[in-house]
Write a protein that binds this ligand. Structure first.
Ligand SMILES: NC(=O)c1ccc[n+]([C@@H]2O[C@H](COP(=O)([O-])OP(=O)(O)OC[C@H]3O[C@@H](n4cnc5c(N)ncnc54)[C@H](O)[C@@H]3O)[C@@H](O)[C@H]2O)c1
Ligand SMILES: [Zn+2]
Length: 351
């Protein structure tokens, strides 16, 4: 199995590579030169990752200031972006400068948004450090921040100059974050790449293989629909249910866990809608369970979860849409599902 891969991405304005493998960070200075990124470099990271990685980043790029923001979704705000603009000015960043975003999805979205808007946009390199950021948020060019009214309400499309996925950094990733990332990888399996539906592949020493498959899947979908006008909607498998559970739990449920549960719910709804064989929901549920991800919820009311779907911003023209499965690897978008069917699925998954 190849230990290192370069995945090319065709984006609307330019092409760029995604480097996937163990040890790519060692090549960081050379990769910047290869991509003709010769301006001043600043690294943006957070208060969790800085103590772990600042020294090794410093060794590789001794002249690059390391700008640190607080860790957590609650800091994915315009206030933090504003503090980054100040730090960019203090560091003397100009239009030729390059921002390296070193962190999980929160950090990448926020540093990317700062890079997209500072001086009307400067170069930006993604170095995702969580599994979710490697396979999901760093692919597709969406960057942004939250508002008190909702997540990701402010944002832009901003393509990076390159993405560096160094699987060595996964050694410090907490197990719960690992499982949450796996949820988005198996999602790619249920949507298209059936080789991702084997629980045995999800070992840390096998990360390069399944991460590159999940990235290739997302790259394919995003290339077909870069501005999210159609096909990209299938990436929301498990998310209509998942976002609703996250919201009702007041974000006690983590995104990846809620999505994993949401895929189980989507599979059940697919059967209730008469779209798939009766064994599909069982296969989906047993895989999710064997990965240590949740398949049931407690305490919340089905009607409240259903109601929370109405506020999900991904509604199509005011209607709640579900990504359902006709078979493994064969998704379909469905609107106008009778409420009672959704509620009955929710009731069946309550512990
Ligand atoms: N732009 C997109 O297309 C897109 C897609 C999906 C999700 N997102 C966004 O991504 C965010 C979620 O990303 P996430 O799941 O990576 O969460 P996160 O960025 O909060 O990271 C999870 C935690 O793990 C820590 N961490 C990350 N890498 C680590 C490492 N190597 N070692 C030790 N700790 C590490 C982080 O500091 C954080 O505490 C959300 O804000 C979501 O909206 C964006
Ligand atoms: Zn997701």
């Amino acid at each position: 199995m190849p230990q290192s891969q370069i995945i090319p991405v065709r984006a609307p304005n330019a092409d760029y590579p995604i480097y996937v493998g163990a040890g790519w960070l060692d090549a960081l200075p050379d990769l910047l030169v290869q991509r003709q990124l010769t301006g001043k470099v600043a690294i943006v990271t957070n208060t969790t990752l800085a103590p772990l990685y600042a020294e090794s980043l410093n060794k590789r790029l001794p002249d690059a200031p390391i700008l640190t923001v607080p860790d957590g979704e609650q800091f994915k705000t315009l206030d933090t972006v504003r503090s980054l603009y100040d730090a960019f000015i203090d560091a003397g960043l100009d239009r030729k400068s390059v921002i390296l975003a070193f962190g999980g999805g929160v950090l990448g979205d926020m540093a990317g948004f700062a890079a997209a808007t500072y001086l009307r946009g400067i170069s930006f390199v993604q170095i995702p450090t969580s599994l979710l950021a490697m396979v999901d948020s760093s692919v597709g060019g969406k960057v942004g921040v939250d508002l008190p009214q909702g997540k990701n309400l402010i944002g832009a499309f901003k393509q990076p100059e390159m993405v560096i996925v160094d699987t060595d950094v996964l050694q410090t990733l907490p197990d719960i974050e690992w499982r949450c990332g796996i949820a988005e990888v198996v999602k790619a399996g249920f949507l298209r790449d059936l080789s991702l539906l084997d629980a045995r592949i999800y070992r840390r020493d096998n990360a390069v293989e399944f991460i590159s498959k999940a990235i290739r899947f997302k790259v394919d979908v995003v290339q077909e629909d870069p501005y999210e006008n159609g096909l990209r909607a299938i990436l929301n498998l498990g998310h209509t249910f998942g976002h609703a559970l996250e919201a009702v739990s007041k974000f006690q449920w983590k995104h990846g866990e809620a999505v994993a549960w949401g895929i189980v719910a989507a599979a059940r709804l697919s059967q209730v809608q008469g779209l798939c064989d009766p064994d599909l929901p069982y296969r989906v549920e047993s895989l999710i369970k064997s990965l240590g991800l949740p398949t049931r919820y407690k305490s919340y009311k089905p009607a409240d979860i259903r109601a929370a779907m109405n506020t999900d911003k991904k509604r199509a023209g005011g209607r709640v849409r579900f990504v359902l499965l006709r078979a493994l690897g064969d998704p379909v978008l469905v609107a106008d599902v009778p409420d009672q069917r959704v509620i009955s699925v929710l009731e069946s998954l309550r512990e």
